[in-house]
Ligand binder design. Structure first.
Ligand code: ATP
Length: 242
């Protein structure tokens, strides 16, 4: 499988805390890679380091063979990689449509084209009925979808999703999973952080398990979920990664 994204020896320190410690893995084009691990394992920091929001203290990241070292997130977005957030922060005073239009302007300077692409992204995530509504009134599930639509409007090759199912009501989980499958079928590569392990193992081609800033397992979902260190880490055993 052709590698689209590669991290090599990435470390991130916040003062005395090592949030990522020598993290290396690769992602194949059009793959869905799930990232699991207990709270504080470093999953969101990893996304931050990949998309240019968090400066790495060591290591390098390549997208389509090009080093992302030192590049700001807007430049990385233009190169085709974008993330969503655990807690999406849309511009609350703007409509859904304006929010996605701003994202589409990453790729085009033509405002009419940006509005058309923005609308198409909202249709894709099932929010066409919200076009002219202010995003301040969005439910958690709608905010998650709006955040995905904003990411799609930048036309990424690689999409990093931070807990797309977090706060989504149980009745809508299957819809969001279908949406992710549909996004992948359009040729995108997905990295997905998710605490709903059952849903994630149902959709991911591969899983990476992290504890204490390190990768402890990388492989087929069923195998990784059986990894003893991961099980112990989820049970709160501090010696799990020892
Ligand atoms: N900006 C920051 N400054 C200082 N420490 C940070 C910062 N961001 C994250 N950390 C710390 O780095 C570690 C990894 O945090 P991170 O949010 O990446 O974990 P996570 O696996 O995404 O957790 P969760 O599942 O709860 O989102 C934690 O100990 C966290 O407190």
């Amino acid at each position: 499988m052709e590698t689209i994204l590669q991290t090599s020896g990435v470390s991130v320190r916040f003062g005395g805390l090592t949030a990522l410690n020598d993290v290396s893995f690769s992602v194949g084009r059009n793959e869905i890679l799930g990232i699991v691990g207990p709270n504080g394992a470093g999953k969101s920091t990893l996304f931050g380091a990949i998309c240019g929001d968090v400066a790495a203290n060591a290591g390098d990241i390549h997208l389509n063979g090009l080093s992302l070292a030192g590049k700001p997130s807007h430049e990385i977005a233009r190169l085709g990689l974008i993330r969503t957030f655990q807690t999406p922060r849309p511009f609350a005073s703007m409509t859904f449509h304006d929010n996605v239009t701003i994202a589409a302007l990453t790729r085009t300077n033509d405002i009419h084209e940006a509005r058309a692409r923005g609308e198409a992204a909202l249709v894709r995530v099932g929010l066409s009925h919200c076009l002219d509504r202010p995003s301040s009134g969005a439910s958690t599930g709608q905010r998650k979808r709006l955040d995905i639509a904003r990411a799609l409007a930048t036309e990424p090759d690689v999409l990093l999703l931070d807990e797309p199912l977090g706060g989504v009501d149980p009745g809508s989980v299957a819809e969001v999973i279908d949406l992710l499958r549909q996004i992948r079928s359009h040729g995108m590569t997905l990295l997905v952080i998710e605490h709903n392990l059952e849903a994630l193992t149902g959709i991911a081609d591969r899983l990476i398990a992290m504890t204490l800033g390190q990768i402890i397992a990388d492989g087929a979902p069923a195998e990784v979920m059986r990894d003893e260190r991961l099980v112990r880490a989820y049970l709160g055993d501090d010696d799990a990664a020892a």
